[in-house]
Design a protein around this ligand. Structure first.
Ligand code: DX5
Ligand code: ZN
Length: 221
């Protein structure tokens, strides 16, 4: 479980060339494709749904697709994302009435479930559900937009979640999302994260391989 995984967020990609952009980041060394689903209801922005996920699979993308649902309600999209080729599906507990039921729906649909905590979401949302989780996603910005600044208090929250994971005895990945860059990824890893979402830090560069290598070098230090 010590392997670090890099998950570029296609929110920052050139969406008119999405298939090629995904190919390019995977060839550049990315592990996972992070897929931000926004509904203009739970968050004040609107992105893409299952048909785009299916389009990536039809195009030939084989890498894991990490679907981050910023939607309310949650359950009605789980099965359609599973059928569209999602590998992991995470959601925000505030957007959901029955967290255990939604996690179980993700498992039953054949995907790996994750719970997402916003910067101000208390950690007790993890109580009684950790045993079913594949990953916990900590937002280090408020959800809804790419290109925001990493909130520094997230490091302390990461350490607390890492402790909870270790005490739980379960193999749970700890994913961080928002404002991840070459110059802060090392301190984020030291605080306990092992999956890193990065949108603007990767897609705003012309050389994806270079920035991904720089991130890996920071993680290897
Ligand atoms: C924000 C999204 C993030 C976002 C990250 O609501 O969940 O995945 O795309 O973008 P950057 O890396 O630019 O902060
Ligand atoms: Zn995200």
């Amino acid at each position: 479980m010590s392997e670090f995984l890099l998950a570029p967020s296609i929110l920052a990609a050139d969406l008119a060339r999405l298939g090629q952009e995904v190919d390019a980041v995977l060839e550049a060394g990315a592990d996972i494709i992070h897929f931000d689903v926004m509904d203009n209801h739970y968050v004040p922005n609107l992105t893409f749904g299952p048909i785009i996920c299916q389009a990536l699979r039809n195009y030939g993308v084989k890498a894991p697709i990490d679907v981050h649902l910023m939607v309310e309600p949650v359950d009605s999209l789980i099965e359609s994302f599973a059928q569209a080729g999602a590998t992991m599906i995470s959601f925000h507990p505030e957007a959901c009435k029955h967290v255990d039921r939604s996690v179980q729906l993700i498992i039953d649909s054949g995907c790996k479930p994750g719970l997402v905590l916003n910067p101000a979401t208390p950690l007790n949302h993890l109580d009684h559900i950790m045993h079913k989780l594949h990953h916990i996603l900590l937002m280090s910005v408020n959800p809804g937009f790419g290109g925001q600044q990493f909130i520094p208090q997230s490091l302390d929250k990461l350490r607390q979640i890492k402790q909870l994971i270790m005490h739980s005895g379960h193999n749970i990945r700890l994913e961080i999302d928002g404002g991840v860059k070459v110059d802060n990824i090392r301190s984020i890893a030291e605080a306990g994260a092992d999956m890193f979402v990065a949108g603007s830090a990767i897609f705003n560069q012309s050389d994806y391989q270079q920035v991904i290598q720089q991130m890996r070098q920071q993680l290897a230090l």
